[in-house]
Design a protein. Structure first.
Length: 160
């Protein structure tokens, strides 16, 4: 069974977002071994300089890269990534095990985004949309799309 990890910078603060993630994780259990791993956000002060933001991204990036298992397929969520519809994501999820990988890690950065080293490590750079979403909401949206992808691949009725 494919291991699916959503690796996130930051914790979900709102109970309704935690509940939504919990629901999709429960649903995903029938298709894969899902889990969410939360990493602590790097601290920057109010109105940080560009150099402070770079240090923040580099620190978070090191911690992210340490958590991606050797040989895992990595998908980094970033605004400059590839946009795809739900059937295309389903196809990606189908092809990962066919490529000999047993784990996929989706990476959601913190409020400043992702370090370049994480994007370089990624097998896929994925954009949810050209619109900007809070990274906490992106987690729920991603889990829903992963679930939808598995439903599409299995011929389920969830995707219409």
């Amino acid at each position: 069974m494919l291991g699916v990890t959503v690796l996130c910078v930051g914790k979900l603060k709102e109970a309704y977002l935690r509940d939504a993630c919990g629901e999709y994780l429960k649903r995903l259990g029938g298709f894969c071994s899902p889990r969410v791993v939360e990493l602590e956000e790097a601290r920057v002060g109010q109105d940080p300089s560009a150099a402070q933001i770079e240090r923040c991204l580099a620190e978070e990036g090191r911690r992210i890269l340490e958590k991606i298992p050797q040989g895992a397929y990595a998908a980094a969520l970033c605004i400059e990534g590839k946009e795809m519809d739900s059937p295309a994501l389903a196809k990606v999820l189908e092809e990962i095990p066919l490529g000999g990988k047993s784990q996929v890690v989706f990476v959601i950065g913190g409020s400043w985004g992702l370090d370049g080293a994480v994007k370089e490590r990624a097998d896929l750079r994925l954009s949810m949309s050209r619109m900007t979403f809070p990274h906490q909401l992106a987690r729920v949206m991603l889990l829903e799309q992963i679930y939808r992808g598995f439903q599409i691949s299995s011929g389920g009725k969830y995707h219409k």
